[in-house]
Design a protein around this ligand. Structure first.
Ligand code: ASP
Length: 305
């Protein structure tokens, strides 16, 4: 059994490891761990600690994939709901659909008993408003939100500093290979913007026969390259894990126009190997690794592409 998760996933690692050790279903174990990440205010990119969109509203994205059945559940731009990884899991288990967004996702959350919550921290609201005050003249601030948002997007966006996701991957010869993600997305994003975290094939993908991948950072890059699916498909076509990730990095590198930014790729294969690769993100990127031979999960450094 192998678990990898990005560094931001720390609050949920003990729970997920305990559940995996006790033989729990892998996706249920990851969703339970991610629930703790979503509740942790110190994690400033997921759940309660995350940043709002340009209107000061929280909109969460999440996805889960069962690599054995290739069943997927995903939710995007969900308001007033903390535990969106669980919501995505319930979409997968209960509905004939793969993805729900916005008001429909919130409605389904109520149907399954997830409370409607005000998930914006007072501190996040303060930072958001101060950012707007810096950019908008007083007259426009007085009219806010009745102002065009698109021009503001360029001015107030600093995605390298204010975005991340939590991603968890598990691989086990008996229980299969699976993926789960959750995020508040790009801080100060245009309302309704979806990143890659709820998009199967871009932000996550799993196939128990070959492996899985999940990405953090610039969803605008991985959505254009279908990065997670590319890696798993490359392994299906006979590439090693290392070559499959190298191929996906090459595709990201080929992008020359549009919004460009860093990406971190987390990947596992069906032989118990894993690789975490930093493509153009500043600073040291780390991740959690736990294998059932290890007494405790370990924080490791990602490779640089
Ligand atoms: N990939 C996420 C998104 O684009 C955010 C992140 O991981 O930084 O929404």
């Amino acid at each position: 059994m192998l678990l990898i998760a990005n560094a931001e996933g720390w609050p949920g690692i003990p729970t997920t490891v305990d559940l995996l050790r006790s033989g729990a279903d892998s996706l249920a174990a990851m969703v339970a761990g991610i629930g703790e990440v979503e509740a942790e205010t110190k994690v400033r990119s997921v759940g309660r600690g995350g940043w709002p969109n340009m209107l000061g509203e929280m909109e969460f994205d999440a996805g889960v994939m069962d690599g054995t059945t290739r069943a997927v559940g995903a939710v995007g731009a969900v308001p007033h709901t903390l535990h969106v990884a669980r919501l995505a899991h319930e979409v997968m288990k209960r509905l004939p659909h793969v993805m729900l967004t916005g008001a429909g996702a919130r409605r389904f959350a109520s149907e399954i008993g997830l409370p409607q919550e005000d998930v914006l921290l007072p501190d996040s609201r303060r930072v958001w408003w101060e950012r707007l005050e810096q950019e908008l003249p007083p007259e426009a601030l007085g009219r806010f939100p009745d102002v065009p948002l698109a021009p503001l997007l360029k001015a107030i966006t600093d995605p390298e500093r204010v975005r991340d996701t939590t991603v968890y991957l598990t691989a086990d010869p008996r229980r299969g290979i699976h993926a789960a993600t959750s995020t508040s997305g790009w801080a100060w994003k245009y309302p309704g913007r979806l990143g890659d975290s709820p998009i199967p094939g871009a932000g996550f993908y799993a196939d128990s026969r070959y492996g899985a991948a999940a990405c953090t950072h610039t969803g605008e890059m991985t959505m254009r390259c279908a990065t997670a699916r590319t890696i798993v498909l490359a392994m299906k076509l006979g590439h090693t894990l290392r070559d499959a990730v190298a191929l996906a990095v090459e595709e990201l590198r080929e992008l020359r126009e549009g919004f460009l930014g860093g990406v971190v790729i987390h990947a596992v294969d069906a032989h118990g190997q894993h690789q975490v690769t930093n493509f153009r993100c500043e600073g040291e990127i780390r991740y959690w690794l736990w294998e059932d031979s290890m007494p405790e999960p370990e924080l490791r450094a990602a490779q640089t592409a």
